[in-house]
Design a protein around this ligand. Sequence first.
Ligand SMILES: [Zn+2]
Length: 109
Amino acid sequence: MPMLYCEKDGEKYLQSFVGRTKESFEGEAVLVTKGRVIVEGCRCDKCNVPIKYNDTGYLISFWLADMEEDFPEYGFGYEHDYLEFKKSDVRLFGWDPELLANISSKYFY
Ligand SMILES: [Zn+2]
């Protein structure tokens, strides 16, 4: 299940994945989605600061190695419950970036 982070912690977490080698993820993957928060009453899973409607938020989820072949069918259901985002706001680390590139744009704004 993805964790929701405030803009500050989300960006910091995202940057911790940037530049890491594929091997360092040991077959697993991290999906980072940045977007405009479309729900009320959330809090950052790291610092507990309230995340308000229209704030920028980050959803970050970890995927196990054996989930890789299901990923192209993932509809971003969880992300859409919390965020409005474009495809360019989604980052995938650990797996082939093509997996993300090939996901249908119908799932994005
Ligand atoms: Zn935070």
